[in-house]
Design a protein around this ligand. Structure first.
Ligand code: KIV
Length: 274
């Protein structure tokens, strides 16, 4: 038994649709997925954007960080997801060191699009993030730039810590967001930043901003699927809500999440940081 073919009636979402959702104030409901069965269930629940995140290193492969994930892993899991969905915007994550130079990043992102059907790539990165984003955008590759907590830097940061708490660090995130948009980023993802930083980024940029542990001001929300289903082993971040515990089933959990994101019930300010 397979996950089932995607519905031929659903029209694939485009970047323009996601921008229009930002303009219309319709929250964008996003989740991670790594295989066909869960991806199909997410599409059925109305999830707008599916990220094949490098969190697969932790929740699928059992590593203690995302650092060991390879481009081939992302390609394999993106292929699995893509076979099952039609409407959601599919984003593939660029793993650790795959963005080590603009030319290398273009090559790897090209593989994610050509071999796996990704419609956008997401990238973390330090000071080179702007140059890499520009190189990808120049080739017509849609880019989501990841700011705030960048889990690929966990060994440098000394843990998964909230970013942008001091005024100068908060300003640096807002400035970087502006630079990334100017370099061609089509979307921004903010992870674990104070709610006010999210508000600052939303005001400084004109692309959709997706939050995770970033409070209620973003245009869309994303959670790691295993976290919101309550099956992650170890500590669950405090901004995560366990939708499985509330609904008792996977399909109902995805539907409740989409409904709460769309209605603005999730996240509350308490699901972010002050
Ligand atoms: O890799 C991932 O799943 C992510 C999420 C934390 C958004 O980047």
């Amino acid at each position: 038994m397979n996950a089932g073919a995607p519905s031929p009636d659903s029209k694939p979402l485009t970047l323009g649709d996601l921008r229009a959702m930002r303009e219309a104030g319709e929250p964008i409901a996003c989740l991670t997925a790594y295989d066909s069965t869960f991806a199909a269930a997410q599409e059925a629940a109305g999830v707008d954007l599916i990220l094949i995140g490098d969190t697969l290193g932790m929740v699928v492969q059992g590593h203690d960080s995302t650092v060991p994930v390879r481009v081939d892993d992302i390609i394999y899991h993106t292929q699995c997801v893509n076979r099952a969905v039609r409407r959601p915007w599919v984003v593939a994550d660029m793993p650790f060191l795959s963005v080590r130079s603009p030319a290398f990043a273009v090559e790897q992102a090209g593989r994610m699009m050509q071999e796996a059907g990704a419609r956008m790539v997401k990238l973390e990165g330090g000071d080179s993030q702007v140059a890499v984003t520009r190189a990808l955008a120049d080739q017509g590759i849609p880019v989501c730039a990841h700011l705030g907590l960048q889990p690929q830097l966990v060994h440098k940061l000394g843990g998964f810590k909230v970013q942008g708490r001091e005024a100068s660090a908060a300003q640096a995130i807002v400035d970087r967001a502006r630079e990334l948009e100017q370099a061609g980023a089509d979307m921004l993802l903010l992870e674990c930043v104070p709610n006010a930083v999210t508000q600052g980024v939303v005001e400084a940029t004109s692309v959709p901003v997706i939050g995770i542990g970033a409070g209620p001001h973003a245009h869309g929300q994303i959670l790691v699927m295993h976290d919101m289903l309550g099956v992650t082993t170890g500590r669950r971040p405090r901004f995560v809500k366990d939708y499985m515990a509330e609904t008792g089933g996977v399909q109902a959990a995805f539907a409740a999440y989409v409904q709460e994101v769309k209605s603005g019930a999730y996240p509350q300010p308490t699901h972010g940081f002050g």
